[in-house]
Write a protein that binds this ligand. Structure first.
Ligand code: C2G
Length: 129
């Protein structure tokens, strides 16, 4: 069984997130997603609209996703790769190069971001209406 791992806030889930999750799952058989806790979002300077529990529930309902774990620190990735026996780590290419240190433990793949859509853009449009 080929196991895949990715992380994110996944707030106001949209086609860009779904494209990433689908392509990640297409690389293997089992997709683990680390979803940022509300506390870790503060560290990332991100203010999510949905709470961790709501974002987790939504992710768990996506058919590409097999397991959702909390992301509470920048420093948990190596432990997670080992704990879940991950074969491929995946992120969008806005993170290109940032996680190459994981190549010692698993393959690292950066997918092109989906252009023209982002959670912050959605929030901006909502605020302007
Ligand atoms: N993404 C994408 N296309 C978009 C928007 C997002 O491919 N239009 C991807 C991002 O590149 C990321 C994933 O979807 O791989 C989740 O995006 P975010 O929720 O914005 O995640 P981020 O805040 O970048 O958190 O430790 C890693 C961090 O937790 C990543």
């Amino acid at each position: 069984m080929k196991k895949i791992l990715t992380y994110g806030t996944f707030d106001l889930i949209h086609a860009g997130h779904i494209n990433l999750l689908r392509r990640a799952k297409d690389l293997g058989d089992y997709l683990v997603v680390g979803i940022s806790t509300d506390e870790f979002n503060k560290v990332k300077n991100k203010q999510a609209y949905h709470t961790f529990d709501n974002r987790k529930m939504i992710l768990e309902s996506i058919r590409f996703v097999d397991k959702v774990i909390p992301e509470y620190s920048w420093d948990q990735k190596i432990d997670d790769v080992k704990r879940y026996h991950i074969d491929i780590f995946v992120m969008g290419d806005d993170w290109k190069g940032q996680f190459d240190f994981l190549q010692e433990y698993c393959e690292v793949v950066y997918f092109p971001r989906t252009e023209g859509i982002s959670t912050s853009e959605i929030k901006r449009n909502m605020n302007n209406n």
